[in-house]
Design a protein. Structure first.
Length: 110
């Protein structure tokens, strides 16, 4: 069987072989961005809880444990600002991206 001029057989396979890595890369990047977003939401929630703990007068170890318990590998710091107690934390996400979160609560636990 001889190929005829204008025969397209096999071109679909070749185009698919070229497009597949690009589609896979886009899907992996999308999954990475979603994972980083989810980690940021968990970190923000943990920092909010930690700020309330710090405002009630809990120890810095307990505040840090609240953050690292929710987001393993996170680093946090407590800072008193006038009538507020603020907690700032950061954690690494996929692809070397760092996510940061800050929350404040009224000192005294009110």
């Amino acid at each position: 069987m001889r190929p005829r001029p204008g025969d397209d057989r096999g071109s679909v396979v070749a185009e698919f072989a070229v497009a597949l890595p690009a589609v896979a890369l886009v899907l992996l990047l999308g999954a990475g961005v979603l994972a980083a977003g989810a980690r940021h939401v968990r970190l923000q929630d943990a920092v909010s809880d930690a700020a309330r703990l710090a405002a009630r007068g809990e120890s810095n170890d307990r505040v840090t444990a609240a953050i690292t318990g929710a987001v393993p590998g996170a680093r946090g710091a407590v800072d008193a600002r006038d009538d507020l107690v603020c907690v700032t934390a950061s954690a690494s996400a996929l692809l070397g991206i760092d996510v940061h979160a800050t929350a404040c609560a009224l000192a005294g636990g009110l």
